[in-house]
Design a protein around this ligand. Structure first.
Ligand code: NAP
Length: 402
């Protein structure tokens, strides 16, 4: 009789990770650490944090790694001198990330770089037939139509890592897609949900970086404070689940335990709950359709007792409306929204602009953009580069109008 597959005789899933030194990358490696019998790291991509990457190389022995540029590659070489680890091939730049993402022996890419820099490696992995565990939402925001078409053509799985999209994906299991009526995306609301508009005029990056519930990288933490993160997630949900934007709504839920909900055509609502710990959706994407037995603390709903939900204040958080608008306009507009946001957030973190200048920069760049219909990859990358230049010009000239 054929032996049943069990944990002992099942071969390990081989994974590549881009963004391994970031918050999601580190949590992914924590899952690998806990399930060394299930996962094997083949390739890693980081930016400039080569000291941490060197430690990851010693611990996980990847065959190939890529870093941001030639200087970072040289520093990494030096750091690895004398270390006992087997030295991986060291690459750098966009081509290096694509090679890490599409590493021939890998089964899956965990796409955890921040920003639209993750788009080309993610596409390279899809085209090479790898399943994708997607944290890098900017990839779907900028090029949702291209990415989902590539996924369908390559017949690979696109598994959400974002906790909200993982919740929706889980709520949809066992249901016909046509039975979905509405997606109800929850949002913690970030650190400023109770602040007045006047108080928000003068908030510092330090205050904006103090998220009440989640520990994340700086860009997504600022996006959470402006609610742009929820706007990007609306666009991400639109592409992941093929749901028209009119059927997606956002609900502030400060406890962050209901990660999102799906309302079905019969009136049933299915929600997924858990403590705010990204290792849960990461592990689910990595092991889907199985679930791994983790020792992550359990949600004690009966101790929390009260859950709150209320509508977002679209005037206080204009970024959310801009994202809905970009999603409705479609074509190159979401790529422009995303690139302008990345540039504005970078300037805010560098204290070059204020909190409310972020939506002003984005709105101005969107106003200047004439979206090109049915854009190919070249047009998307062109729109992204154009939007960054326009946003920088506006910031340099201090032209942020309120
Ligand atoms: N953190 C969360 O809880 C969470 C939840 C859901 C979704 N996400 C999404 O997951 C992605 C990663 O978020 P994060 O919080 O993990 O960000 P993060 O902590 O800032 O980490 C970003 C990672 O990307 C690398 N990186 C940054 N810019 C790069 C570039 N231009 N080229 C190559 N690598 C670059 C960084 O490398 P170095 O540090 O080595 O420079 C780091 O490894 C984002 O798209 C975010 O929206 C995050």
């Amino acid at each position: 009789m054929k032996p049943l597959l069990n944990e002992k005789n099942m071969s390990r899933k081989k994974i590549s990770i881009i963004g391994s030194t970031g918050s999601i990358g580190r949590s992914t490696l924590d899952v690998v650490r806990g399930f060394a019998d299930r996962f094997e790291v083949m390739a890693l991509g980081a930016g400039v944090n080569v000291a941490l990457l060197a430690e990851q190389i010693v611990e996980f022995s990847p065959r190939v790694v890529s870093v941001f540029d030639a200087d970072s590659a040289k520093t990494l070489e030096k750091l690895l001198d004398g270390k006992s680890a087997k030295r991986p091939e060291i690459l750098f730049g966009a081509e290096g990330y694509c090679r890490v993402a599409a590493f021939p022996e890998s089964d899956m890419l965990v796409s955890a770089m921040v920003g639209s820099a993750g788009l080309l490696p993610t596409l390279a992995a899809i085209e090479a037939g790898k399943d994708i565990a997607l944290a890098n939402k900017e990839t779907l925001v900028a090029a949702g139509e291209l990415v989902t078409a590539a996924v369908a053509a390559a017949k690979v799985k696109l598994l959400p890592v974002d906790s909200e999209h993982s919740a929706i994906f889980q709520a949809l299991q066992g249901n016909h897609h046509e039975a979905l009526d509405r997606i109800l995306l929850t949002a913690s609301g970030g650190p400023f949900i109770k602040a007045s508009r006047q108080e928000l005029e003068t908030v510092t990056p330090e205050a904006a970086l103090r998220h009440p519930n989640w520990s994340m990288g700086p860009k997504i933490t600022i996006d959470s404070a402006t609610l742009m993160n929820k706007g990007l997630e609306v666009i991400e949900a639109h592409w992941l689940f093929g749901t028209p934007v009119e059927q997606i709504s956002v609900h502030i839920h400060p406890e962050s335990v209901v990660h999102s909900m799906v309302e079905f055509i019969d009136g049933s609502v299915i929600a997924q709950l858990g403590i705010p710990d990204m290792r849960i959706p990461i592990a689910y994407a990595m092991s889907y359709p199985e679930r791994l037995k983790t020792s992550i603390p359990r949600l004690d709903l009966f101790r929390i007792r009260e859950l709150h939900f209320y509508p977002p204040d679209m005037e206080k958080f204009p970024c959310l409306g801009l994202a809905f608008d970009a999603c409705r306009k479609g074509a190159t507009m979401p790529a422009v929204l995303n690139a302008a946001n990345e540039t504005a957030v970078h300037a805010f973190l560098g204290k070059r602009i204020g909190f409310y200048d972020i939506p002003c920069v984005i709105r101005e760049v969107m106003d200047r953009h004439a979206p090109s219909a049915k854009p190919d990859l070249r047009a998307i990358l062109g729109a992204d580069a154009w939007a960054r230049r326009e946003a920088s010009k506006i910031i340099d000239a201090g032209q942020t109008k309120k």
